[in-house]
Design a protein around this ligand. Sequence first.
Ligand code: TA6
Length: 295
Amino acid sequence: MPEIIKLISDTSVSSCTISTHGATVLSWNVSGNERIFLSKLADETNPKAGKGIRGGIPLVFPNFGPWSLGPQHGFARYKTWTIESKTDRSAKLILMSDDETEKMWPNKFQLIYTVKVTDNKLLTTLSIKNLNDGEFYDSQSFDFTCLLHTYLRVPDIKTCTITGLGNSSFHDALTEKSEQATNQEIKGLHENVDRNYSNTNDEHLLKFDDTCIEIRKSNLPDTVLWNPWAEKAQGMKDFGNDEYPEMVCIEAGKVAERQLLKAGESWTCEQVLTEMKKFVEVGDSDEEWNEKYNK
Ligand code: TA6
């Protein structure tokens, strides 16, 4: 059974829970509001071996999408991670390559994942180190794609606004066509959407009601936008048929091009989720706030 880590911000306003199954963030609660979507059928306390948890922030490594060497989205999201250290508000988890991973993907690696919660932020950092020493494997370098498959909870995806994708091209996984984004803001999703945007803004805003969630990423140049909608939802055993309106995946990733990592080298990426509320936007006047978030 996986361990569940509970983190709480210094003022106890916010909390976060993480499962050692895939180092999956299961919950991020800000002032009593749950901001992460976890399917009611996710079975997070007793997750299936070899499967990721449906919801939260699954970690995709060493391959985003279908994979000839192993399961879709790779193994990081279902392997049992080790808790390296923990404080009240932060945790550090480690995943080392092992016999199972090396049979699929003949490389030695170390993943270090840190999670920290503050009053209105959830900070997640993933470091990947290539531990190939040439003794075992011919090619010391390896390449990978990776992504934080973030499921965000919303009241109704049809009435949300999503920014930061307007200047990018995307691969539409439904049509297998490349398209150019046309709208600076996406005003709600109204059907099955599965788009891999390349070279996106490092900041996205997800706005609904009086709430604005900022997704800020670094060293993750791409963004995947996904909602399964009704028909695909019915095809997922670990996802309720009626749940698709209350979630959206805005996924920060390095997926358009594979990342090469030489033996001994490390590569680090970060995602920071922030709940932007008027009273914490220090320095913004009402006019500036309205200009920013209430367009
Ligand atoms: O989020 C993009 C995506 O690749 C979709 O195509 C869909 O497959 C989703 O991931 C969920 O994948 P999973 O393997 O978790 O069922």
